[in-house]
Design a protein around this ligand. Structure first.
Ligand SMILES: Nc1ncnc2c1ncn2[C@@H]1O[C@H](COP(=O)(O)OP(=O)(O)O)[C@@H](O)[C@H]1O
Ligand SMILES: [Mg+2]
Length: 285
């Protein structure tokens, strides 16, 4: 991970026209290559912040920087060459009749010739495991497939930064896992910088570098999953909870006095901790 901030959100305040103060005192840098989450309950300000990051909301107090430049001073083309936002509901984003036509829209609009467009669409569909479905009617896709087509549409434009609003919401358990694996692969193998909004606490620790917990429009905690998921009471205060596995070990440690040295966040870590406690510390990584 590099240390250059690709995004830097310094928003002292944003209110909607009806007077709702949706964000206050936000300071979030996102480094090149980072996979970060905005984690928060409904109404905490995640979608609003993603829209500010993408330049869609503009009338806030503060400054939003993309590669060091004030996003309000950039030409939309300079933003959309680098960064794209995947909406929570794919039906708000998809509009063409076929998968191919939808994914081709972005690169066509950027002025690539048809052959380059076709190449870009092919690579992007492969990246989201949708190769072979390019002729399919958008209306006949599953919800998860639609979400992946939305992501392909942005990848085909060559985005180095993806903003995703609740990419796992509405998916079944396998779909959630697959989506996180897909995003993780894009991040690790293709170097895509990712910021995703989510309220899912059980899946995120497995994949993410950095969490920013939002509550009532403010960042109440930030750090690695290990740093953030320590205190159940604090999580409850912001209408979240610890991952189930962490909650279990926390209770065993504090209420049954079992001598866990740390609170694991994933099943793999918990398995090693428990095996360690019983003198069988040889569990494979
Ligand atoms: N268009 C809008 N007009 C007025 N208030 C809004 C609008 N959109 C969102 N809000 C309010 O702003 C706050 C943050 O909303 P949002 O960013 O959608 O949160 P989240 O994505 O975390 O659920 C909430 O109080 C919500 O009711
Ligand atoms: Mg939202």
């Amino acid at each position: 991970m590099g240390d250059i901030a690709r995004l830097s959100a310094n928003i002292s305040s944003f209110r909607y026209p009806d007077g709702t103060v949706a964000l206050s005192d936000i300071n979030i840098p996102v480094a090149a290559g980072e996979f970060a989450a905005l984690l928060g309950a409904n109404g905490s300000g995640k979608t609003t912040l993603l829209k500010i990051m993408d330049g869609l909301i503009r009338d806030y107090q503060g400054e939003m920087l993309l590669d060091g430049s004030n996003i309000l001073k950039l030409h939309p083309k300079d933003i959309y060459r680098k960064m794209g936002l995947v909406f929570q509901n794919p039906d708000d984003q998809l509009f063409a009749s076929s998968v191919y036509e939808d994914v081709a829209f972005g690169p066509r609009n950027m002025g690539f010739d048809e052959q380059t467009v076709a190449e870009r669409v092919g690579v992007a569909l492969e990246q989201v495991d949708m190769a072979g479905l390019s002729a399919k009617n958008i209306h006949h896709l599953s919800y998860g497939q639609k979400k992946r087509v939305c992501i392909a549409g942005l990848l085909a434009m060559g985005h180095g930064i993806l903003l995703l609003d609740e990419p796992t919401a509405g998916l079944d358990p396998m779909g959630e896992q697959r989506m996180m694996e897909l995003l993780s692969r894009l991040n690790r193998e293709s170097g895509v910088t990712i910021v995703m909004a989510t309220h899912s606490v059980d899946l995120v620790p497995l994949f993410l570098d950095r969490l920013h917990i939002l509550s009532k429009g403010r960042v109440v905690r930030g750090g690695t999953p290990e740093e953030v998921f320590t205190a159940p009471a604090e999580m409850a205060d912001v209408k979240l909870r610890l991952p189930y596995i962490a909650e279990l070990i926390h209770q065993l440690k504090n209420e049954e006095q079992m001598p866990f040295k740390r609170i694991p966040l994933t099943i793999g870590e918990a398995r090693r901790e428990i095996a360690g406690l019983y003198g069988q510390g040889h569990v494979d990584e």
